[in-house]
Design a protein around this ligand. Structure first.
Ligand SMILES: [Zn+2]
Length: 127
């Protein structure tokens, strides 16, 4: 009896977990899209920490063509939770570059790129 109850509770917990993950993904993307719009024509950058978007300052020499996450922002994100992904925007909608792919592989976590003109998300997986 107790075991059946636990099993039902586990199924419910699993369902809630999937619903939460699905809605979190939508939320971080919405927040990242707003950030990307607000810093145009510069590239926006941020991190997904425990499912939520954490905007970071872009300290690249030419932030309209590249991004570099402010190390203080990165350290703060690292201390606040688990960094799950790197996010940045392409204000001109350019495709993912080789540099993006190589850097993604170095970080060992997925990268999400928001192409502003197309309002389209690209995902890069490390390999
Ligand atoms: Zn890029």
């Amino acid at each position: 009896m107790a075991r059946d109850f636990l099993a039902a509770k586990d199924v419910l917990a699993a369902k809630l977990f999937f619903l939460t993950v699905a809605s979190m993904e939508r939320d971080f993307k919405l927040d990242a899209e707003k950030h990307a719009m607000s810093v145009q024509p510069e590239e926006a950058c941020g991190l997904v920490v425990d499912g939520a978007y954490v905007p970071c300052r872009n300290i690249a020499l030419d932030p309209t063509a590249d991004f570099a996450i402010n190390p203080v922002d990165y350290a703060r994100a690292m201390l606040s939770g688990s960094i799950e992904a790197v996010v940045h925007s392409h204000p001109e909608g350019t495709p993912v570059s080789d540099l993006d792919r190589r850097a993604c592989t170095q970080t060992k976590i997925p990268w999400y790129v928001y192409c502003v003109p197309q309002k389209q998300w690209l995902t890069i997986e490390p390999f």
